[in-house]
Write a protein that binds this ligand. Structure first.
Ligand SMILES: [Zn+2]
Length: 315
């Protein structure tokens, strides 16, 4: 059963965070060199040392139209891929959008933090009547997925120009996660918008090139008249990654992640912005404050459980 969508009204912009399912990766891929003895209490690994990652696409209602941020891992995977990553609870994109009373043709833009499959594969689908495996998204594949098509009939895909370039020559350590063919599906239909650095592609929606996790990774600020939200993608994928020493093991440039993360957290504290957590299994968003000796703490948070959502004080 899906968890209840979480909604926030920012003033002029509102957002809905929906349940995109879960999958598993090796604990070291998510927590890097942060010792297992700390994270295993929060995210208990299975017998293969794999931990659960949530998937939480964000649907933003703006005066310009509906914008979808990081549409998820997709749902048309072959059984062996579902098994390898233990992909569970995934739904067709139209169903995710329904959680926010949105239909696929309402979506004017998809903004991707980066081109890893667990963030972007949901933006494409196999042509009707075929059984294409979205696992073939990787540039290292045989190119069979060049037939993938955009899953949204009207939307343009917005990402950093550097991300597309880097995804075409992926770092060999993380090439298996790279899904540049999803971008190609939009490019073929002349629906790909390449951003350079920091800019505001829509009023109140500002992107900032961060690098770190991937060369062209970007963070997204949603700035309403009453509140703002910072979407950090895979720089702060779970609440554990608020800690400065917790960095994903698959980061392309960990030192860049650490530096940019510190700057983003300082800005979030200064502006009172909420943070969303794309890969947290349960915590959908929280607010940051400065703790003892300059560390950061989650001040308030929204925690979901399947079929229910409730705001809970900091534990
Ligand atoms: Zn990710």
């Amino acid at each position: 059963m899906s968890w209840e969508p979480s909604q926030m009204d920012l003033g002029g912009l509102s957002l809905t965070i929906v349940d995109g399912g879960t999958f598993r990766l090796d604990g070291a891929a998510l927590y890097g060199i942060y010792p297992r003895v700390f994270w295993e209490k929060l995210n208990s690994p299975d017998e293969d040392n794999r931990v659960v990652l949530g998937l939480a696409p964000v649907i933003v209602n703006t005066p310009e139209g509906i914008i979808l941020i990081d549409p998820g891992i997709g749902h048309s995977w072959k059984p062996q891929t579902m098994d390898r990553y233990d992909i569970l609870g995934v739904r067709p994109l139209a169903e995710l959008l329904e959680d926010a009373d949105v239909s696929p043709s309402d979506v004017i833009a998809v903004i991707a933090t980066h081109l890893h499959f667990d963030h972007i594969a949901g933006a494409v689908s196999a042509p009707t009547g075929t059984n294409e495996d979205q696992a073939m998204l990787s540039d290292l594949s045989n190119g069979g997925s060049e037939s993938l098509v955009p899953a949204l009939p009207e939307a343009r895909l917005y990402l950093q120009k550097m991300e597309l370039g880097a995804s075409r020559q992926p770092d060999l350590r993380t090439a298996a996660y790279t899904a540049s063919l999803a971008a190609h599906a939009y490019e073929r239909e002349d629906r790909l918008v390449l951003l350079e650095g920091s800019c505001e592609p829509f009023p109140g929606i500002r992107v900032e090139h961060t690098g770190g996790h991937t060369a062209g990774h970007q963070a997204i600020w949603l700035e309403g008249s009453e509140a703002s939200v910072l979407i950090t993608g895979d720089l702060i994928p779970t609440t554990s990654h608020v800690r400065s020493e917790v960095l994903e093991g698959v980061d392309f440039e960990p030192a860049v992640t650490a530096r940019v993360k510190a700057a983003l957290l300082a800005q979030a504290v200064a502006t009172g912005a909420y943070l969303t957590f794309y890969h947290a299994p349960r915590v959908r968003w929280g607010r940051i404050r400065t703790g003892p000796s300059g560390s950061y703490k989650l001040d308030e948070k929204l925690t979901v459980t399947p079929g229910a959502s409730s705001r809970k004080p900091e534990a």
